[in-house]
Ligand binder design. Structure first.
Ligand code: GDP
Length: 266
């Protein structure tokens, strides 16, 4: 597990689970010990991964409109790309979207999201660089209500997660926008850092689900397990490339196979 980039505290928790399952258990002599341990290990990992999996499509289709989704995560994690991929998915479902450019901290952030909303033909609600991000989110929700749009996607700032102002800003956006779902976007390539970020955002705004990006470039995928275990929240999607259609539902079984694949950690 360590070789597959699973965080040490998570490995320890899985070891505890394993101990509880195996110690004192009577086994028939013929039974293969290795197999028994591997089965127990698969169970322990599977439990950690399947934290109340959400069916996103059903959720957004059946929920009262507009559904408000707030995306959080540090810069470079793939948040903007993920928002674009979700818009694409919503379009495929026949649902309309509006995006709030609530990362008003970086001058380039508004242009970055605008490039995608132009490509995808959806409305972007933006204010000037440096303005109040919560006000942008509020306006986007008002717009969705007035125009009967189905989903509001809020892009937020992502300077260092240790930055207290950022967390205050996230809290304010959450207070004003009252999102139905706070979605943490984490880079699977940054392993333990991603787990730490997820924890910080979870403390500040309580995340409901996570998206793990760049799984296509991560041979091991241990970050998925670490995040699921560390914050106890389901992994909604994984990003498997840069194109809009490269966002797929997370499949715990697939992750498990990947972890146990011979050579997966090399
Ligand atoms: P943000 O700063 O968090 O908004 O990050 P961006 O959305 O700009 O993404 C940062 C970089 O990661 C961009 O070059 C994206 O194309 C790339 N990226 C995002 N998601 C994925 C993914 O699932 N796979 C790969 N290979 N690249 C990705």
């Amino acid at each position: 597990l360590l070789e597959a980039d699973v965080a040490l505290p998570v490995v320890d928790l899985i070891k505890e689970d394993l101990k509880r399952e195996l110690v004192g258990r009577k086994i028939r002599r013929k039974l293969d010990m290795g197999e028994l341990v591997e089965d127990a290990l698969r169970n322990a990992i599977s439990n950690a991964l399947s934290a109340e999996l959400v069916n996103f499509n059903t959720y957004v289709q059946n929920h009262r409109k507009p559904v408000v989704l707030m995306f959080v995560g540090v810069n470079g994690s793939g948040k903007t790309t993920t928002i674009a991929k979700v818009i694409y998915r919503l379009k495929e479902l026949g649902l309309t979207s509006v995006v709030a450019a609530a990362d008003t901290f970086r001058a380039g952030a508004i242009q970055q999201i605008e490039k995608h909303t132009n490509n995808l033909g959806v409305r972007l609600i933006k204010h000037d660089f440096g303005s109040d991000p919560a006000a942008v989110a509020y306006d986007a929700i008002e717009h969705a209500r007035a125009r009967n749009k189905d989903v509001v996607l809020i892009d937020t700032a992502g300077r260092m997660q240790t930055n207290l102002n950022l967390m205050d800003e996230m809290k304010k956006i959450k207070r004003i926008a009252k999102p139905d779902m706070v979605i943490f976007v984490g880079d699977s390539l940054t392993g333990n850092d991603t787990v730490e970020q997820a924890r910080k955002f979870n403390e500040a705004v309580t995340i409901d689900a996570a998206v793990l990006t760049k799984i296509d470039a991560d041979a091991k995928g241990g970050a998925a397990l670490s995040i699921a275990h560390a914050v106890g929240k389901p992994i909604l999607f994984v990003g498997i490339g840069q194109e809009y259609n490269k966002l797929v539902s997370f499949n715990p079984r697939w992750m498990l196979e990947r972890l146990f694949e011979p050579g997966a950690a090399s």
